[in-house]
Design a protein around this ligand. Structure first.
Ligand code: ARG
Length: 473
Protein backbone atom coordinates (compact mmCIF):
# COMPACT_ATOMS: atom_id res chain seq x y z
CA UNK A 1 0.00 0.00 0.00
CA UNK A 2 1.40 3.42 -0.90
CA UNK A 3 1.75 5.84 1.96
CA UNK A 4 -0.93 8.03 0.44
CA UNK A 5 -3.37 5.11 0.23
CA UNK A 6 -2.55 4.24 3.83
CA UNK A 7 -3.27 7.84 4.91
CA UNK A 8 -6.62 7.82 3.08
CA UNK A 9 -7.57 4.42 4.37
CA UNK A 10 -6.96 5.25 8.02
CA UNK A 11 -8.86 8.52 7.72
CA UNK A 12 -12.04 6.51 7.21
CA UNK A 13 -11.85 5.87 10.94
CA UNK A 14 -13.13 8.67 13.09
CA UNK A 15 -10.02 8.30 15.20
CA UNK A 16 -7.44 7.52 12.50
CA UNK A 17 -5.15 10.53 12.88
CA UNK A 18 -2.72 9.34 15.53
CA UNK A 19 -2.48 5.86 14.07
CA UNK A 20 0.07 4.53 11.70
CA UNK A 21 -2.18 2.08 9.94
CA UNK A 22 -5.55 0.44 10.10
CA UNK A 23 -6.41 -2.28 12.58
CA UNK A 24 -5.92 -5.94 11.83
CA UNK A 25 -8.77 -7.38 9.83
CA UNK A 26 -9.76 -9.64 12.72
CA UNK A 27 -9.70 -6.70 15.12
CA UNK A 28 -12.02 -4.84 12.80
CA UNK A 29 -14.47 -7.69 12.66
CA UNK A 30 -14.22 -8.05 16.42
CA UNK A 31 -14.77 -4.36 17.11
CA UNK A 32 -17.44 -3.53 14.55
CA UNK A 33 -20.97 -2.99 15.75
CA UNK A 34 -22.51 -1.88 12.47
CA UNK A 35 -24.08 -5.30 11.90
CA UNK A 36 -26.39 -4.76 14.84
CA UNK A 37 -26.41 -1.02 15.59
CA UNK A 38 -27.51 -0.21 12.04
CA UNK A 39 -31.06 -0.25 13.35
CA UNK A 40 -30.23 2.97 15.22
CA UNK A 41 -29.90 4.85 11.92
CA UNK A 42 -33.05 6.87 12.26
CA UNK A 43 -32.52 7.98 15.85
CA UNK A 44 -28.85 8.64 15.10
CA UNK A 45 -29.79 11.04 12.31
CA UNK A 46 -32.50 12.62 14.45
CA UNK A 47 -30.02 13.32 17.24
CA UNK A 48 -27.48 14.68 14.74
CA UNK A 49 -30.05 17.07 13.31
CA UNK A 50 -30.79 18.39 16.77
CA UNK A 51 -27.09 18.69 17.50
CA UNK A 52 -26.48 20.64 14.28
CA UNK A 53 -29.18 23.09 15.34
CA UNK A 54 -27.68 23.38 18.80
CA UNK A 55 -24.22 24.07 17.35
CA UNK A 56 -25.64 26.89 15.24
CA UNK A 57 -27.58 28.35 18.17
CA UNK A 58 -24.35 28.38 20.17
CA UNK A 59 -22.62 30.16 17.30
CA UNK A 60 -20.17 27.30 16.79
CA UNK A 61 -21.23 26.88 13.17
CA UNK A 62 -22.92 29.33 10.83
CA UNK A 63 -26.53 28.96 9.81
CA UNK A 64 -25.33 28.19 6.31
CA UNK A 65 -23.26 25.25 7.57
CA UNK A 66 -26.17 24.13 9.72
CA UNK A 67 -28.43 24.09 6.68
CA UNK A 68 -25.83 22.17 4.72
CA UNK A 69 -25.63 19.61 7.51
CA UNK A 70 -29.39 19.36 7.75
CA UNK A 71 -29.92 18.84 4.05
CA UNK A 72 -27.09 16.30 3.94
CA UNK A 73 -28.59 14.43 6.88
CA UNK A 74 -31.99 14.49 5.19
CA UNK A 75 -30.37 12.85 2.18
CA UNK A 76 -28.71 10.19 4.30
CA UNK A 77 -32.10 9.61 5.91
CA UNK A 78 -33.71 9.22 2.51
CA UNK A 79 -31.09 6.66 1.47
CA UNK A 80 -31.70 4.58 4.58
CA UNK A 81 -35.46 4.88 4.20
CA UNK A 82 -35.25 3.76 0.57
CA UNK A 83 -33.02 0.85 1.57
CA UNK A 84 -30.18 1.97 -0.67
CA UNK A 85 -27.66 3.12 1.95
CA UNK A 86 -24.39 1.28 1.30
CA UNK A 87 -22.24 0.20 4.24
CA UNK A 88 -18.53 0.59 3.50
CA UNK A 89 -15.72 -1.50 4.99
CA UNK A 90 -14.54 1.33 7.29
CA UNK A 91 -18.01 1.87 8.81
CA UNK A 92 -17.38 0.41 12.25
CA UNK A 93 -20.66 1.58 13.66
CA UNK A 94 -23.77 3.50 12.71
CA UNK A 95 -22.30 6.82 13.87
CA UNK A 96 -19.26 6.37 11.63
CA UNK A 97 -21.38 5.29 8.69
CA UNK A 98 -23.70 8.31 8.87
CA UNK A 99 -20.82 10.75 9.23
CA UNK A 100 -18.83 9.14 6.42
CA UNK A 101 -21.77 9.36 4.04
CA UNK A 102 -22.52 12.92 5.12
CA UNK A 103 -18.95 13.84 4.18
CA UNK A 104 -19.35 12.27 0.76
CA UNK A 105 -22.52 14.25 0.21
CA UNK A 106 -21.63 17.71 1.55
CA UNK A 107 -17.85 17.68 1.82
CA UNK A 108 -15.74 19.25 4.54
CA UNK A 109 -18.65 20.86 6.41
CA UNK A 110 -19.63 17.37 7.60
CA UNK A 111 -16.55 17.43 9.78
CA UNK A 112 -18.05 20.23 11.90
CA UNK A 113 -20.96 18.16 13.16
CA UNK A 114 -18.92 16.24 15.70
CA UNK A 115 -17.60 19.40 17.44
CA UNK A 116 -17.81 18.76 21.19
CA UNK A 117 -19.63 15.50 20.67
CA UNK A 118 -18.35 12.00 21.28
CA UNK A 119 -19.73 8.69 20.20
CA UNK A 120 -20.08 8.08 23.92
CA UNK A 121 -22.81 10.65 24.46
CA UNK A 122 -24.09 9.99 20.96
CA UNK A 123 -24.67 6.25 21.38
CA UNK A 124 -26.25 6.74 24.79
CA UNK A 125 -28.64 9.28 23.26
CA UNK A 126 -29.47 7.04 20.32
CA UNK A 127 -30.15 4.01 22.49
CA UNK A 128 -32.48 5.96 24.75
CA UNK A 129 -34.36 7.38 21.78
CA UNK A 130 -34.68 3.92 20.25
CA UNK A 131 -35.88 2.35 23.47
CA UNK A 132 -38.45 5.06 23.98
CA UNK A 133 -40.00 4.20 20.63
CA UNK A 134 -39.90 0.48 21.28
CA UNK A 135 -41.50 0.97 24.68
CA UNK A 136 -44.39 2.65 22.95
CA UNK A 137 -44.86 -0.36 20.68
CA UNK A 138 -44.60 -2.76 23.62
CA UNK A 139 -47.26 -0.74 25.37
CA UNK A 140 -49.58 -1.10 22.38
CA UNK A 141 -48.92 -4.82 22.07
CA UNK A 142 -49.70 -5.33 25.75
CA UNK A 143 -52.87 -3.35 25.33
CA UNK A 144 -53.92 -5.55 22.40
CA UNK A 145 -53.24 -8.72 24.40
CA UNK A 146 -55.20 -7.43 27.38
CA UNK A 147 -58.07 -6.52 25.07
CA UNK A 148 -58.10 -10.04 23.62
CA UNK A 149 -58.19 -11.47 27.15
CA UNK A 150 -61.13 -9.31 28.26
CA UNK A 151 -63.07 -9.97 25.06
CA UNK A 152 -62.62 -13.73 25.39
CA UNK A 153 -63.53 -13.66 29.08
CA UNK A 154 -66.68 -11.63 28.39
CA UNK A 155 -67.76 -13.98 25.62
CA UNK A 156 -67.46 -17.04 27.88
CA UNK A 157 -68.39 -15.57 31.22
CA UNK A 158 -70.46 -18.53 32.43
CA UNK A 159 -68.21 -21.43 31.52
CA UNK A 160 -67.12 -23.30 34.64
CA UNK A 161 -63.98 -25.34 35.07
CA UNK A 162 -61.88 -26.78 37.87
CA UNK A 163 -59.49 -24.37 39.54
CA UNK A 164 -56.17 -25.89 40.57
CA UNK A 165 -53.62 -25.44 43.30
CA UNK A 166 -50.48 -27.60 43.17
CA UNK A 167 -51.97 -28.62 39.82
CA UNK A 168 -54.50 -30.67 41.82
CA UNK A 169 -58.23 -30.00 41.40
CA UNK A 170 -59.16 -27.50 44.12
CA UNK A 171 -62.40 -25.58 43.70
CA UNK A 172 -64.63 -24.73 40.76
CA UNK A 173 -63.99 -21.39 39.05
CA UNK A 174 -65.12 -19.59 35.95
CA UNK A 175 -62.93 -20.01 32.86
CA UNK A 176 -63.26 -16.24 32.44
CA UNK A 177 -61.87 -15.71 35.93
CA UNK A 178 -58.84 -17.87 35.18
CA UNK A 179 -58.24 -16.02 31.93
CA UNK A 180 -58.61 -12.61 33.55
CA UNK A 181 -55.98 -13.52 36.13
CA UNK A 182 -53.46 -12.91 33.34
CA UNK A 183 -55.00 -9.56 32.49
CA UNK A 184 -53.71 -8.24 35.80
CA UNK A 185 -50.20 -9.54 35.29
CA UNK A 186 -50.05 -7.74 31.96
CA UNK A 187 -51.64 -4.67 33.51
CA UNK A 188 -48.81 -4.51 36.03
CA UNK A 189 -46.36 -4.95 33.16
CA UNK A 190 -47.95 -2.01 31.39
CA UNK A 191 -47.77 0.11 34.53
CA UNK A 192 -44.15 -0.87 35.14
CA UNK A 193 -43.25 0.13 31.61
CA UNK A 194 -44.65 3.59 32.26
CA UNK A 195 -42.81 3.73 35.57
CA UNK A 196 -39.39 3.25 34.03
CA UNK A 197 -39.83 6.00 31.46
CA UNK A 198 -38.69 8.91 33.68
CA UNK A 199 -35.27 7.30 34.13
CA UNK A 200 -35.02 6.34 30.47
CA UNK A 201 -36.04 9.72 29.17
CA UNK A 202 -32.96 11.70 30.22
CA UNK A 203 -30.67 13.40 27.69
CA UNK A 204 -26.99 12.33 27.57
CA UNK A 205 -26.01 14.57 24.63
CA UNK A 206 -23.65 17.27 25.85
CA UNK A 207 -21.76 14.90 28.09
CA UNK A 208 -19.07 14.53 25.41
CA UNK A 209 -16.65 11.68 25.91
CA UNK A 210 -17.00 11.95 29.69
CA UNK A 211 -16.49 15.52 30.91
CA UNK A 212 -19.14 17.70 29.29
CA UNK A 213 -19.31 20.13 26.39
CA UNK A 214 -17.14 23.26 26.15
CA UNK A 215 -19.07 24.96 23.32
CA UNK A 216 -21.98 26.49 25.18
CA UNK A 217 -24.42 23.93 23.79
CA UNK A 218 -27.97 24.54 25.03
CA UNK A 219 -28.87 21.14 26.45
CA UNK A 220 -32.38 22.21 27.42
CA UNK A 221 -32.92 23.03 23.78
CA UNK A 222 -31.55 19.61 22.78
CA UNK A 223 -33.77 17.90 25.34
CA UNK A 224 -36.79 19.72 24.02
CA UNK A 225 -35.94 18.99 20.40
CA UNK A 226 -35.55 15.31 21.14
CA UNK A 227 -38.45 15.01 23.57
CA UNK A 228 -36.40 14.25 26.68
CA UNK A 229 -37.84 15.24 30.06
CA UNK A 230 -34.52 16.14 31.65
CA UNK A 231 -30.82 16.66 31.06
CA UNK A 232 -28.39 14.30 32.77
CA UNK A 233 -26.78 16.02 35.72
CA UNK A 234 -23.44 14.20 35.63
CA UNK A 235 -21.56 13.64 32.37
CA UNK A 236 -19.38 10.86 33.80
CA UNK A 237 -22.41 8.97 35.00
CA UNK A 238 -24.51 9.33 31.89
CA UNK A 239 -21.95 8.13 29.34
CA UNK A 240 -21.90 4.74 31.02
CA UNK A 241 -25.30 4.63 32.68
CA UNK A 242 -26.99 1.50 31.39
CA UNK A 243 -29.37 1.15 34.35
CA UNK A 244 -32.28 1.92 32.09
CA UNK A 245 -31.25 -1.04 29.90
CA UNK A 246 -31.08 -3.32 32.91
CA UNK A 247 -34.51 -2.11 33.98
CA UNK A 248 -35.89 -2.64 30.50
CA UNK A 249 -34.33 -6.11 30.32
CA UNK A 250 -35.77 -6.91 33.73
CA UNK A 251 -39.09 -5.69 32.45
CA UNK A 252 -38.80 -7.96 29.41
CA UNK A 253 -38.00 -10.93 31.65
CA UNK A 254 -41.04 -10.46 33.83
CA UNK A 255 -43.39 -9.91 30.89
CA UNK A 256 -41.96 -12.99 29.17
CA UNK A 257 -42.37 -15.00 32.36
CA UNK A 258 -46.04 -13.99 32.49
CA UNK A 259 -46.40 -15.15 28.90
CA UNK A 260 -44.59 -18.35 29.78
CA UNK A 261 -46.87 -19.15 32.69
CA UNK A 262 -49.96 -18.47 30.64
CA UNK A 263 -48.53 -20.67 27.89
CA UNK A 264 -47.91 -23.45 30.37
CA UNK A 265 -51.51 -23.36 31.60
CA UNK A 266 -52.73 -23.51 28.03
CA UNK A 267 -50.38 -26.37 27.15
CA UNK A 268 -51.85 -28.34 30.02
CA UNK A 269 -55.43 -27.35 29.23
CA UNK A 270 -55.00 -28.27 25.57
CA UNK A 271 -53.49 -31.69 26.27
CA UNK A 272 -55.55 -34.71 25.26
CA UNK A 273 -56.08 -35.56 28.91
CA UNK A 274 -57.59 -32.18 29.78
CA UNK A 275 -59.06 -31.11 26.45
CA UNK A 276 -60.48 -27.87 27.94
CA UNK A 277 -59.26 -25.79 25.04
CA UNK A 278 -57.88 -26.30 21.58
CA UNK A 279 -55.42 -24.17 19.68
CA UNK A 280 -56.48 -22.86 16.34
CA UNK A 281 -54.57 -24.43 13.44
CA UNK A 282 -53.07 -20.97 12.95
CA UNK A 283 -50.95 -21.43 16.07
CA UNK A 284 -50.21 -25.15 16.08
CA UNK A 285 -47.99 -27.40 14.01
CA UNK A 286 -47.83 -31.06 13.16
CA UNK A 287 -45.20 -33.75 13.55
CA UNK A 288 -42.99 -34.86 10.69
CA UNK A 289 -43.39 -38.46 11.82
CA UNK A 290 -46.70 -38.84 13.61
CA UNK A 291 -49.59 -37.82 11.38
CA UNK A 292 -52.08 -37.50 14.23
CA UNK A 293 -50.11 -34.88 16.19
CA UNK A 294 -51.16 -31.29 16.74
CA UNK A 295 -48.46 -29.62 18.77
CA UNK A 296 -48.80 -26.34 20.67
CA UNK A 297 -45.52 -24.95 19.27
CA UNK A 298 -46.62 -21.36 19.70
CA UNK A 299 -47.12 -21.92 23.42
CA UNK A 300 -43.96 -23.94 23.85
CA UNK A 301 -41.95 -21.15 22.26
CA UNK A 302 -43.67 -18.54 24.41
CA UNK A 303 -42.48 -20.60 27.36
CA UNK A 304 -39.09 -21.39 25.87
CA UNK A 305 -38.20 -17.81 24.92
CA UNK A 306 -38.08 -16.88 28.58
CA UNK A 307 -34.71 -18.65 28.75
CA UNK A 308 -33.10 -16.37 26.20
CA UNK A 309 -34.61 -13.18 27.60
CA UNK A 310 -33.39 -14.03 31.09
CA UNK A 311 -30.01 -14.76 29.50
CA UNK A 312 -30.02 -11.28 27.96
CA UNK A 313 -30.54 -9.71 31.38
CA UNK A 314 -27.92 -11.83 33.10
CA UNK A 315 -25.41 -11.15 30.30
CA UNK A 316 -25.94 -7.42 30.63
CA UNK A 317 -25.51 -7.48 34.41
CA UNK A 318 -22.30 -9.45 34.11
CA UNK A 319 -21.00 -7.01 31.48
CA UNK A 320 -21.59 -4.11 33.86
CA UNK A 321 -20.14 -5.73 36.92
CA UNK A 322 -16.72 -4.32 37.74
CA UNK A 323 -16.58 -1.82 34.86
CA UNK A 324 -14.50 1.20 35.78
CA UNK A 325 -16.41 4.45 35.57
CA UNK A 326 -17.43 6.15 32.31
CA UNK A 327 -17.35 4.59 28.86
CA UNK A 328 -15.59 1.31 28.21
CA UNK A 329 -15.90 -0.61 24.99
CA UNK A 330 -17.53 -3.44 26.92
CA UNK A 331 -20.63 -1.27 26.84
CA UNK A 332 -21.01 -1.96 23.13
CA UNK A 333 -22.22 -5.39 24.28
CA UNK A 334 -25.39 -3.77 25.59
CA UNK A 335 -27.08 -3.55 22.23
CA UNK A 336 -27.43 -7.14 21.11
CA UNK A 337 -28.86 -8.05 24.49
CA UNK A 338 -31.52 -5.36 24.52
CA UNK A 339 -32.36 -5.75 20.83
CA UNK A 340 -32.76 -9.49 21.25
CA UNK A 341 -35.02 -9.10 24.27
CA UNK A 342 -37.15 -6.45 22.60
CA UNK A 343 -37.42 -8.40 19.35
CA UNK A 344 -38.48 -11.46 21.30
CA UNK A 345 -41.18 -9.62 23.24
CA UNK A 346 -42.42 -7.78 20.19
CA UNK A 347 -43.14 -11.11 18.52
CA UNK A 348 -44.22 -13.04 21.59
CA UNK A 349 -46.90 -10.57 22.67
CA UNK A 350 -48.83 -10.51 19.37
CA UNK A 351 -48.47 -14.30 19.05
CA UNK A 352 -50.15 -14.72 22.44
CA UNK A 353 -52.81 -12.22 21.38
CA UNK A 354 -53.53 -14.35 18.30
CA UNK A 355 -53.59 -17.54 20.36
CA UNK A 356 -56.20 -16.08 22.71
CA UNK A 357 -58.32 -14.54 19.98
CA UNK A 358 -58.57 -17.83 18.10
CA UNK A 359 -58.64 -20.22 21.07
CA UNK A 360 -61.39 -22.85 20.82
CA UNK A 361 -63.13 -23.69 24.09
CA UNK A 362 -64.62 -27.06 25.06
CA UNK A 363 -66.92 -26.15 27.96
CA UNK A 364 -68.34 -29.68 28.13
CA UNK A 365 -64.85 -31.06 28.83
CA UNK A 366 -64.39 -28.48 31.58
CA UNK A 367 -67.75 -29.42 33.07
CA UNK A 368 -66.92 -33.10 32.95
CA UNK A 369 -63.73 -32.45 34.87
CA UNK A 370 -65.65 -30.85 37.73
CA UNK A 371 -66.37 -33.28 40.53
CA UNK A 372 -68.04 -33.30 43.92
CA UNK A 373 -64.75 -33.61 45.75
CA UNK A 374 -64.02 -30.01 44.71
CA UNK A 375 -67.03 -29.09 46.85
CA UNK A 376 -65.69 -30.49 50.12
CA UNK A 377 -65.06 -26.93 51.30
CA UNK A 378 -68.76 -26.26 50.74
CA UNK A 379 -69.62 -29.06 53.14
CA UNK A 380 -67.34 -27.57 55.77
CA UNK A 381 -69.04 -24.20 55.27
CA UNK A 382 -72.40 -25.95 55.65
CA UNK A 383 -71.35 -27.17 59.08
CA UNK A 384 -69.98 -23.73 59.96
CA UNK A 385 -73.45 -22.38 59.22
CA UNK A 386 -74.75 -24.92 61.72
CA UNK A 387 -72.51 -23.35 64.34
CA UNK A 388 -69.52 -25.70 64.18
CA UNK A 389 -66.05 -24.04 64.26
CA UNK A 390 -64.34 -24.28 60.88
CA UNK A 391 -61.38 -26.38 62.08
CA UNK A 392 -63.76 -28.98 63.47
CA UNK A 393 -65.96 -28.84 60.38
CA UNK A 394 -62.87 -29.39 58.21
CA UNK A 395 -61.97 -32.56 60.13
CA UNK A 396 -65.56 -33.86 60.00
CA UNK A 397 -65.80 -33.35 56.26
CA UNK A 398 -62.48 -35.18 55.95
CA UNK A 399 -64.25 -38.19 57.46
CA UNK A 400 -67.15 -37.79 55.04
CA UNK A 401 -64.68 -37.76 52.14
CA UNK A 402 -63.07 -40.94 53.45
CA UNK A 403 -66.44 -42.65 53.64
CA UNK A 404 -67.21 -41.74 50.07
CA UNK A 405 -63.79 -43.00 48.97
CA UNK A 406 -64.36 -46.28 50.82
CA UNK A 407 -67.71 -46.75 49.13
CA UNK A 408 -66.33 -45.69 45.78
CA UNK A 409 -69.06 -43.10 45.36
CA UNK A 410 -69.23 -39.34 44.99
CA UNK A 411 -70.15 -36.97 47.81
CA UNK A 412 -73.55 -36.55 46.20
CA UNK A 413 -74.11 -40.29 46.06
CA UNK A 414 -73.10 -40.87 49.66
CA UNK A 415 -76.29 -41.68 51.66
CA UNK A 416 -77.41 -39.05 54.16
CA UNK A 417 -77.15 -41.72 56.85
CA UNK A 418 -73.37 -41.78 56.41
CA UNK A 419 -73.20 -38.01 56.75
CA UNK A 420 -75.24 -38.14 59.91
CA UNK A 421 -73.02 -40.80 61.41
CA UNK A 422 -70.14 -38.36 61.06
CA UNK A 423 -72.13 -35.39 62.38
CA UNK A 424 -75.80 -35.15 63.23
CA UNK A 425 -75.92 -31.52 62.10
CA UNK A 426 -75.99 -32.72 58.50
CA UNK A 427 -79.56 -32.48 57.18
CA UNK A 428 -81.27 -33.36 53.89
CA UNK A 429 -80.52 -29.88 52.50
CA UNK A 430 -76.80 -30.73 52.38
CA UNK A 431 -77.18 -31.93 48.81
CA UNK A 432 -78.08 -28.39 47.70
CA UNK A 433 -74.60 -27.33 48.72
CA UNK A 434 -73.01 -29.88 46.44
CA UNK A 435 -73.43 -27.68 43.41
CA UNK A 436 -70.62 -26.05 41.44
CA UNK A 437 -72.72 -23.06 40.32
CA UNK A 438 -73.63 -22.38 43.88
CA UNK A 439 -70.03 -22.71 45.06
CA UNK A 440 -68.84 -20.27 42.43
CA UNK A 441 -71.64 -17.83 43.18
CA UNK A 442 -71.01 -17.89 46.92
CA UNK A 443 -67.59 -16.30 46.34
CA UNK A 444 -68.90 -12.82 45.86
CA UNK A 445 -65.91 -11.04 47.35
CA UNK A 446 -64.06 -8.47 45.29
CA UNK A 447 -61.93 -10.56 42.94
CA UNK A 448 -63.99 -13.69 43.59
CA UNK A 449 -65.67 -16.08 41.17
CA UNK A 450 -69.31 -14.90 41.50
CA UNK A 451 -70.83 -13.70 38.26
CA UNK A 452 -71.19 -10.15 39.56
CA UNK A 453 -67.61 -10.12 40.87
CA UNK A 454 -66.30 -11.21 37.48
CA UNK A 455 -68.51 -8.64 35.75
CA UNK A 456 -67.10 -5.96 38.06
CA UNK A 457 -63.62 -7.22 37.26
CA UNK A 458 -64.33 -6.97 33.55
CA UNK A 459 -65.60 -3.43 33.84
CA UNK A 460 -62.54 -2.43 35.89
CA UNK A 461 -60.36 -4.01 33.22
CA UNK A 462 -62.18 -2.23 30.41
CA UNK A 463 -61.86 1.04 32.26
CA UNK A 464 -58.08 0.56 32.47
CA UNK A 465 -57.92 -0.25 28.79
CA UNK A 466 -59.80 2.88 27.82
CA UNK A 467 -57.66 5.14 30.03
CA UNK A 468 -54.59 3.24 29.13
CA UNK A 469 -53.95 4.35 25.59
CA UNK A 470 -52.36 7.59 26.70
CA UNK A 471 -48.83 7.75 25.33
CA UNK A 472 -46.06 6.60 27.55
CA UNK A 473 -43.73 9.23 28.96
N1 ARG B 1 -20.23 1.46 18.80
C1 ARG B 1 -19.93 2.03 20.05
C2 ARG B 1 -20.88 1.45 21.12
O1 ARG B 1 -21.84 0.92 20.76
C3 ARG B 1 -20.10 3.50 20.03
C4 ARG B 1 -19.33 4.22 21.07
C5 ARG B 1 -17.89 4.11 20.79
N2 ARG B 1 -17.12 4.91 21.67
C6 ARG B 1 -15.78 4.79 21.76
N3 ARG B 1 -15.21 5.57 22.61
N4 ARG B 1 -15.14 3.92 21.07
O2 ARG B 1 -20.65 1.49 22.27
Amino acid sequence: MSSQAREENKMNFLWGGRFDGTPDVLMRRFGDSISFDIRLWEVDILASEAYARALARAGVITEAVRDQLLSGLAQVHAEFAAGCFKIQPGDEDIHTAVERRLGELIGAAAGMLHTGRSRNDQVATDTRLYLRKQAQVLHQELHALQTAIVDKASAHLDVLMPGYTHLQPAQPVRFSHWLLSYFWMFQRDRERLGALMPRLNVLPLGAGALSGNPWGIDQDFLAQELGFDAVATNSMDVVSDRDYLVEMLGWCCLAQIHLSRMAEDLIIFSSREFGFVELSDLYATGSSLMPQKKNPDSLELLRGKSGRVIGDLVGMLVTLKGLPSTYNKDLQEDKEAIFDALDTLLLALPVMTGVIQTLILHPERMRAALSDEMLATELADYLVQQGIPFREAHALVGQVVRRALARGCSLRELPLQEYREVCDRFGPDVVEWLDCERAVERRSSVGGTARQSVLDQISAARQLLSNGMARLR
